[in-house]
Ligand binder design. Sequence first.
Ligand SMILES: [Zn+2]
Length: 455
Amino acid sequence: MFRLFVTLLVFTLSLHAIGDKELLSRAHSFLKSKSKTNQFRAYNDYKNLYLRALMSEDKTLRVSSLKGIVRSGVKLHIDVTQYSTELNKIEPTPPKIVKKSKNLKIKSTHKLKSVRWNDGKLVLLFDKKLRNNQLNYFTSYDKNTKKNKYIFDIHASMLTRSQNLRKDDVERIKLAQFNPNTLRLVIQDSAKLKISFKKDNLSLIVKITAPKSSLKRSVAPENIPPQRLDRNKVIVIDAGHGGKDPGAVGYKKYREKVIVLSIAQRLKKVLVARGFKVFMTRDSDKFIKLSNRTKFANRKNADLFISIHANAVGKKIAKQVHGIECFFLAKSRSARAKIVAAKENSSDLSEMDIYGKQSFLNTLNSHNIVASNKLAIDLQRGALASLCKTYSKVKDAGVREGPFWVLVGAQMPAVLVEVGFITHPREATRLVSLKYQNKMAQGLANGVERYFLNN
Ligand SMILES: [Zn+2]
């Protein structure tokens, strides 16, 4: 109890609640950044703001945070359909947009009439001949995804919706209206491609040559194997607390350590059934130091570390606060994350002094942060999707960064899942039911699979 108090005090001293406006402008500037990490930060900030907006019933904030979630989500290739649908409901896209584009200085005078493959070459046919200054070709390499991108920006518009064009030896070819005046063709592959193009009367002809020596896809197009999941992955599941440390105690005296162990065991079962190799930091009611949990994962050469916890709040607000949240390790700016972290960290604060930890956080490698962030998003979405099918009022409390020491030292993507609030009567009742625990485990396992498919 005393330790908890000290931790809370230390955290509270450094805690400075950021106002909505401040957070919004920070998110906007993160969004403009070219770095994926910052774009993820923007995404998280917007989600944070979205929650605040829901809680305070602030419609303006809800609209601007939804817009931010959609914009950052699109940049990060996160599925944000649910948010854009919601945004459309509260603020239907006004037909005015057409007018707006008329106000823009440049107008696209050219229209794309058709796209087809001819003799292995991509042929884009326009209604008028393209001028040289209407075409801009450039390449880029994304260090995070390790993908080469070959991009054509064409000053023209298309009448149909964006489309994916398939070529069996290229990973991805996408054609879309980038902005009202620019049509963008993106060719993407992990291998270096040879791209050549020429204008021919009304057409733009693009020739894409993939290296023959590459290991992939020498097969006939109709035999392209579905994306295969490497199931030799090792996953360490960490059930929080245990032994002398009960974790949070909630509604009807339910104890966190019991609930999280049960969910962890179920998750292990599902993952093993799906072919993964799984280890657990604890498979019984015993106490383990926080740092030994990640050490264990490092020893096992784990590809992922998933720590499972349940959340709690004080009696006064117990009936209001519920929801599932996922945290990944990073220096936290969010006050909420700090409070949750303070609770989860309290069992062995003495292990490393707080300043030591803080300076450790400064050295975190950004690649791991991005990977952990992605994992957190996939797990969160997996759990929500699975639970929503059976239960009503399942709440997405967001994905955030937080200074969780149980994740410190993990050499692999690591996240902490707060499966729900054991202080909330409805959520606690669900959390102790085996049916709910199974749904949760299945959802998290879906998230793991999705993560491996995308990364
Ligand atoms: Zn916990």
